[in-house]
Design a binder for this molecule. Structure first.
Ligand SMILES: Cc1ncc(C[n+]2csc(CCOP(=O)(O)OP(=O)(O)O)c2C)c(N)n1
Ligand SMILES: [Mg+2]
Length: 382
């Protein structure tokens, strides 16, 4: 097992180890309060249009794979919305449409299987990006045993042990300490893996996230905390809810490197993730804000009175899939016909997943108490 290192408890932290440094803070702790405060912040920005696929060390085939993957998420969710209307899917259904560059950019930058991802309830995109099959995803939403959680989790609880996806969680912010715990596990077991915990802008004010960020920093864990800032928590805009809407600035409070990323450009996300995963592998935790937009309502019944049609339309010009398509055509990676063929293929795969979900049986009634805490052999009780 690894010897767990913590930040040195000395008054003077080694300058190289600490990502941010407040001279005033350390002087003050030494008993001298300076006339002026000076704060040095280690911070990176990843704007749209700055990075190419070669900057991310990606081949043209990989770029086409990313395009297919983003389209798969889009077509899967469009079909899921239709199935919800037909009452094939019950409960809540939160669509990720518009945010696909984040899941695909991340999945491209990590070692799937070795690394871990945890997210909130808007989880279909992350599942499909990591390689979960549409069959497992659709059947899960239909409540069938062919689903990734044997039909017992539904839309908000996509899990894949094989792909390193630790859910799918419905309680806003509560999964972030779990993500930091997973990072602790990676360090303790010397697995070489990193953990990435995604949460929404609406979760930013949750205390659990800040406790987790602090522990991540103190224990120097291989973790990245990522806020997917899609501007709204249900119907509340970030400007109504937060005094500080530059969420990336939170990294300063925990003395870790911070970054802000344009989430509508898959290469900006991929590059940001590659850089920050490399830091995490050296036990340098970071915090990242990825700015994005969701094109659909919060869940399926949302009159969307909190935003104007004009705002929605203007954001559609930034659609990450259209952006990637334009990039592929401009760079002559392939032609329009080939991209249409990818779309047709994806649509067929999604239709097949609906058929698979229809034909998969419901879980047996006898399974109803399986996988809950009061099992006789629950390891922490026996
Ligand atoms: C602790 C907690 N409080 C309230 C809710 C109700 N709730 C569900 S989603 C949501 C908004 C979260 O917004 P955000 O984190 O921005 O995620 P997004 O829906 O934009 O992906 C709220 C308040 C909840 N699930 N958990
Ligand atoms: Mg949000």
């Amino acid at each position: 097992m690894a010897k767990l290192t913590r930040k040195p408890a000395t008054k003077k932290a080694p300058a190289k180890k600490r990502a941010t440094k407040s001279q005033a803070d350390s002087d003050a702790q030494g008993g001298v309060i300076p006339d002026k405060l000076s704060l040095t912040v280690d911070f990176a920005t990843y704007p749209a249009g700055k990075y190419s696929h070669t900057d991310c060390d990606l081949s043209e085939d990989q770029v086409l794979g990313m395009y297919r993957n983003m389209l798969l998420q889009r077509r899967f969710e469009e079909r899921a919305a239709q199935m919800y209307g037909k009452q094939k899917i019950a409960g809540f259904l939160h669509l990720y449409i518009g945010q696909e560059a984040i899941s695909t950019g991340t999945a491209t930058a990590i070692n799937i299987g070795q690394d871990s991802v945890i997210t909130a309830y808007r989880d279909h995109g992350h599942g499909l990006a990591l390689g979960m099959s549409p069959n497992e995803g659709m059947a899960e939403m239909f409540g069938k045993v062919g689903g990734c959680s044997r039909g017992k989790g539904g839309s908000m609880h996509f899990f894949s042990k094989e792909k390193g996806l630790f859910g799918g969680h419905g309680i806003v912010g509560a999964h972030v300490p779990v993500g930091v715990g997973i990072a602790f596990g990676h360090k303790y077991k010397e697995s070489g893996g990193v953990a990435i915990a995604f949460y929404g802008d609406g979760a930013v004010g949750q205390g659990a996230i800040h406790e987790a960020a602090n522990l991540m920093s103190v224990y120097e864990l291989p973790a990245i905390l990522v806020v997917e800032n899609n501007q709204y928590a249900m119907g509340t805009s970030i400007h109504r809810a937060f005094g500080q809407t530059e969420f990336s600035h939170h990294s300063v409070a925990y003395d870790v490197k911070g970054a802000v990323v344009d989430g509508m450009d898959v290469f900006a996300v991929c590059k940001a993730m590659q850089d920050h995963v490399a830091l995490a592998r050296e036990n340098k935790p970071t915090m990242m804000e990825i700015r994005t937009y969701r094109y659909r309502g919060h869940s399926m019944s949302d009159p969307q009175k909190y935003r104007t049609k004009e705002e929605l339309e203007s954001k559609k010009n930034e659609d990450p899939i259209i952006r990637l398509k334009a990039y592929i055509l401009e760079n002559k990676i392939t032609n329009d016909d080939a991209l249409d063929a990818i779309d047709d293929d994806v649509k067929k795969e999604v239709m097949a997943s609906v058929e698979f979900a229809e034909n998969s049986p419901a879980p047996e009634l006898s399974e109803i108490y399986d996988n809950v805490y009061d099992e006789a052999d629950y390891p922490y009780l026996s």
